[in-house]
Design a protein around this ligand. Structure first.
Ligand code: PLP
Length: 407
């Protein structure tokens, strides 16, 4: 993408004009959440001002408009990840709720004492704890795929962990700490040889690389709107129709039922079976708007530009003495985790903040991974398509100053 195009894009994000302690904001915390383009915020306003009414049951005009918007959003989300059917998209509160849904409902239907679930060392807590809770409930075991020194999955170890007791593999598409893009297609192919389903946590993938759930043959794929320039509080679970029909509802309430008597309740068809209560139909509408915005720029363009930014930042970071970068995988997304010498990551983050630069510090909700390095945490800079090389230059000069002060 050209400089002109990036400037054009930046103009869509009013927050990038903010001054932080009188300094230009440099926002490098995109892996935690992304900023929102004007069209997404305006979509929320328009929806509340012009079509707000509870969906699905209303015969009146507004209810029908709001229902149409929510259902069109489902079609947009399905198209974005190339799902075969729109009914395979369930709106959730985000990635975390989507994984909890599968851990609970799939766990209820298909797991028993002695069974095993496979995750990897680089998972976010939201792809560890729901499985741990399932394991505690059912007397099951969590198996963990190790990683190599570059932060790539040990595929041999993965193969050897799969066995007759394995019920499901749940793996990040892209690591939020290391940036590693995992070979999910290969991971799924290997699991499917043994008829084991795979859930892919796509929270850090959908904003950065093209995703095709049918081509990768994922059984479940989950992500959050707020990490892809959409609103907070909404996300999606993709599930193959056969699985969504085979597992029980996650929550009970309105919308998810077909009939209710005190003797027996029957459940609605998918996707409604998994959307108990009033869904965030305004959020889903804005989520779809964000996806259209991203699609207009083009994920291939985004991936290429962010790759350029990440390579540039990596090269410039290596100018700094004592620099240690965690995650040097051959296939890597727009995330750089690092430490400088023995300087505590919080100190670096706090001083960078005073210079207007937002980075994240700590364990990034991946404590087992951070513990495995024997470090207290890292500083993480994560990029989006509205970031620039000029911002990286300012960041590097600021970081040199900070390191000078703390050394
Ligand atoms: N999985 C990964 C890889 C993440 O990076 C995150 C958030 O940082 C999550 C899951 C959880 O997403 P959310 O908090 O939106 O549910």
């Amino acid at each position: 993408m050209t400089k002109q195009e990036i400037l054009h894009i930046r103009a869509d994000f009013p927050i990038l004009e903010e001054k932080i302690y009188n300094k230009d904001l440099i926002y490098f915390d995109n892996a935690a959440t992304t900023q929102k383009p004007r069209c997404v915020v305006e979509k929320i306003e328009q929806a509340y001002y012009h079509i707000n009414a509870n969906i699905h049951r209303g015969v009146h005009y507004l209810s029908q408009k709001a229902t149409e918007a929510h259902e069109e959003a489902r079609t947009t989300v399905a198209g974005f990840i190339h799902a075969a059917k729109r009914e395979e998209i369930i709106f959730t509160r985000g990635t975390t709720e989507a994984i909890n849904l599968v851990a609970t409902s799939f766990g209820e239907a298909f797991c028993k004492e002695g069974d095993e679930i496979i995750v990897s060392l680089m998972e976010h807590h939201s792809n560890i704890v729901p499985w741990q809770m399932l394991c505690e409930r059912k007397g099951m075991k969590l198996q963990v795929i190790p990683i190599n020194e570059r932060g790539e999955l040990d595929m041999e170890a993965y193969r050897s962990l799969l066995n007759d007791k394995t019920r499901l593999v749940s793996i990040a598409h892209v690591s939020n700490v290391l940036g590693t893009i995992n070979p999910v297609k290969e991971i799924i192919r290997i699991a499917h040889e043994k008829d084991i389903p795979v859930l892919v946590d796509g929270a850090q993938a959908v904003p950065h690389i093209p995703v095709n759930v049918v081509e990768m043959d994922a059984d479940f794929y989950v992500f959050s709107a707020h990490k892809i320039y959409g609103p907070t509080g909404v996300g999606a679970l993709y599930g193959k129709e056969k699985w969504l029909n085979a597992i029980p509802p996650y929550q009970g309430g309105g919308e998810m039922i077909a009939t209710v008597t005190f003797e027996k309740t029957t459940y609605n068809v998918i996707p409604f079976k998994f959307e108990a209560g009033t869904p965030d139909y305004i959020g889903s509408t804005a989520f779809a708007e964000a996806m259209r915005y991203v699609q207009n720029i083009g994920l291939e363009n985004i991936a290429a530009y962010e790759h350029e930014l990440t390579n540039y930042a990596t090269t410039r970071l290596m100018e700094i003495e004592g620099m240690r970068i965690f995650g040097t995988a051959a296939e890597k997304s727009a995330v750089i985790s690092f430490l400088v010498g023995n300087i505590h990551p919080y100190d670096v983050g706090m001083l960078l903040d005073k210079l207007g630069i937002a980075v994240r510090t700590g364990h990034h909700c991946a404590q087992p991974l951070i513990d495995s390095f024997g470090i207290p945490g890292t500083v993480r800079a994560s990029f989006a398509f509205y970031n620039t090389k000029e911002e990286i230059d300012v960041f590097i000069e600021a970081l040199k100053r900070v390191v000078g002060m703390l050394s």
